[in-house]
Design a protein around this ligand. Sequence first.
Ligand SMILES: Cc1ncc(COP(=O)(O)O)c(C=O)c1O
Length: 384
Amino acid sequence: MSEPARPSIPQTDPRANYLAHKAEIDAAIAAVLEGGRYILGQEVAAFEAEFAAYIGVGHAVGVASGTDALELALRAAGIGSGDAVFTVSPTAVATVAAIERRGATPVLVDIDPTTYTMDPNRLEEAIRSVRRSPSSTVPRPAAIITVHLYGHPADMTAILTIARRYDLVVIEDGAQAHGATWRGRRVGAWGHLAAFSFYPTKNLAALGDGGAVVTDDAGLAERVRLLRQYGWRQRYVSELPGVNSRLDELQAAVLRVKLRHLDRENERRRQIAAAYTRLLADSGLGLPVCRPEAEPVYHQYVVRTPLREALQARLTAAGIGTLVHYPQAVHQQPAYAGRLPLGGPLSHSETAAAQVLSLPMYPELTDEAVRCVAEVIVGRPFDR
Ligand SMILES: Cc1ncc(COP(=O)(O)O)c(C=O)c1O
């Protein structure tokens, strides 16, 4: 079978980001290779300090992926079998998979259809309903994982108020929102813990897998630090039954370079989003909404339309890449359908899955390419 032709405007382009910083990245990689220390050395330690300072928390612990970061955050917070963890269904499946890997029970709550993030009202209803009728399938409310989907922060003010009312641990899934702020404070600095992914397409991206747990709590950070390497404080002496989930030196060196450019690249994403919003104002598509408390980082620029398949086909025919994040909410996917407890109807989650389309979005996307995408969508050239 022949490979499909590469679109002339791809939806995402990690290679372009590497090329934008090639000299710095190549030098950083060469220094690690020549230094001879490849696991848990000075690059990981320096990246952890720099990333914690960037988010505005006391501690960051580098781990092997965003999925592991979620699982280790849950584990450090003592969440496991018998615990209900409230989260959303339109998310990377990793959010839910990490909860199940802990032996805890995900309870899925509907989203606010304007921001695609957890609806705090639905959250509180779900918590009340689980507390009213605890059962073996839906156990004790213990934690919330909020997802800052597409780079727009969830309503952390309302979610933390509810968490305090019911004494729940809050873990932020910041995998799509490095640098986004809610009320001027970075996401990742709101919850008890937060998990980040550095998958190659993320706003802060490694050249392979990587992740981090961040927290202001020294005790929780220490637990994650032990758990990521067999529970060792002292080599070969396991204080806890841990795992191997280490961020390696090469990825940390790359991430240190990219972190220096993150704010500028997020600003470029915001410019691209503003241009799309201006050019598509009369297109009839649903366009991203930004809450006044939020400064999003547009990991994705997501439009919505009941005619999604036709729109996607038109863009594909014009050589423009798009993706659907996500074509099925987690509770609709074969591995989970009919099996997970739902914290109420998930109608907004299901409508979003049927209608959303992610347009090309990455910092190296040119103004000309943005205009070209918009012209194909509206079906006519713009005045120049
Ligand atoms: C919202 C969200 N959570 C978790 C993950 C998992 O991260 P990783 O792929 O690094 O395991 C991702 C990325 O795929 C994500 O987008």
